[in-house]
Design a protein around this ligand. Structure first.
Ligand code: IMP
Length: 220
């Protein structure tokens, strides 16, 4: 893995070759549908542990409401919160952490539809006056996050921070940069670790690059 640390982000280069699928445990039903393993599960976990530390350092003074953006964010959310909980139970100044969920939809196949809709979740009115941490899987154009931030503003939270496991490097300036980023990746369509292609590949531990065969097979 050729990764460059710049500021607080781990950047994965455009020419990162990834890892041969045969060197990792991949469900057999996806073997033809992936190009290669891009970010192995262990690396995701190690990076997430570090993000948990940074988030608690900045937000740790008060009760945090962690808002999970479903469905793609659920694995990152669960693992991040496990690390935050572990830090919390091993320090003298622990803080309460509560959870909320929101479900958004914006993609069909590997394309953004441009129509970002809230299709479920908790009543956002409960976020008034709270310190909210939005937990997202990936930021591409940033439109989804900007839409969500505008929506949240109406409910008057005290503070909103955003963490995203991945951000895509784009030729245009990214429309939105989260407060805490796991990895900056090249502009490729990735799946696994709860990131999907038309609901498939959430049952894959590693983050992988989808193959043309996979796109065709699970296309809507
Ligand atoms: P944005 O609005 O363009 O930033 O897109 C963000 C949303 O698009 C994410 O929450 C994902 O649901 C989806 N998305 C964007 N790129 C990918 C990808 O490479 N794999 C899976 N989902 C993606």
């Amino acid at each position: 893995m050729e990764a460059v640390h710049e500021d607080c982000i781990v950047q994965i280069r455009d020419d990162e070759p990834g890892y041969n699928l045969n060197k990792f445990c991949i469900p057999n039903h996806y073997m033809e549908d992936l190009e290669y393993v891009f970010i192995p599960h262990g690396l995701i976990m190690d990076r997430t542990e570090r993000l948990a530390r940074e988030i608690l350092r900045d937000m740790g003074g008060h009760h945090i409401v962690a808002l999970c953006v479903l469905k793609g964010g659920y694995k990152f959310f669960a693992d991040l919160l496990d690390f935050i909980k572990a830090l919390n139970r091993n320090c003298d100044r622990s803080i309460p952490l509560t959870v909320d969920f929101i479900r958004l939809k914006s993609y069909c196949n590997d394309q953004a539809t441009g129509d970002i809709r809230v299709i479920g979740g908790d009543d956002l009115a409960s976020l008034a006056g709270k310190n909210v941490l939005i937990v997202e899987d990936i930021i591409d154009t940033g439109r989804t996050m900007q839409t969500l931030l505008n929506l949240l503003k109406q409910y008057k939270p005290n503070m909103v921070k955003v963490t995203s496991l991945l951000v895509k490097r784009r030729s245009q300036t990214p429309a939105y940069r989260p407060d805490y980023v796991g990895f900056e990746i090249p502009d490729k369509f990735v799946v696994g670790y709860a990131l999907d292609y038309n609901e498939y590949f959430r049952d894959l531990n590693h983050i992988c690059v989808i193959s043309e065969n996979g796109k065709e097979k699970y296309k809507k």
